[in-house]
Write a protein that binds this ligand. Structure first.
Ligand code: THU
Length: 140
């Protein structure tokens, strides 16, 4: 991944964060998922009055891509924080990490988290989800 694409992912995640529907937590998250074919899928968290149906920004992006027939990915940028407040690094929740391991190579897939366009870091999915239960476990 080039620096330029990295930055584009960060910018897209920050842009999609503005679309977050988070009236209950007021914590807004944006994500930008880079497919191997070069397409970027944006996502935001979408909350619900019944709470449990809420969806994280990352899963919104993944499900958008998969529903378009795209299942191979290189990286995701995630930015979150309270509306109107400063951004804090927003590591993906456990459920979203599990969705990532379904489709992504843990040693290749990069997760970008940070606080601004100029302040972020990259982590592999392996770092974020060691000892995972992946589709490999169901092979026989
Ligand atoms: N959230 C995400 O969208 N992604 C994360 O990685 C962490 C949490 C959402 C879920 C909920 O709408 C709000 O942030 C507060 O937890």
């Amino acid at each position: 991944m080039t620096k330029e694409i990295e930055k584009q992912l960060v910018r897209t995640a920050l842009e999609y964060r503005k679309r977050a529907y988070a009236p209950y937590s007021n914590y807004k998250v944006g994500a930008a998922l880079l497919a191997k074919n070069g397409t970027i899928y944006g996502g935001c968290n979408v909350e619900n009055a019944a709470y449990t149906p809420s969806n994280c920004a990352e899963r919104t992006a993944f499900f958008k891509a998969v529903s378009e027939g795209v299942k191979e990915f290189d990286a995701i940028a995630i930015f979150g924080g309270y509306d109107g407040g400063e951004l804090k690094p927003c590591a993906p929740c456990g459920v979203c990490r599990q969705v990532m391991i379904e489709f992504c190579d843990p040693d290749e897939f990069q997760i970008i988290i940070g606080t601004s366009e100029d302040n972020y870091e990259l982590h592999t999915l392996r770092e974020m989800l060691p000892f995972s239960f992946s589709p490999k476990e169901l092979e026989r």
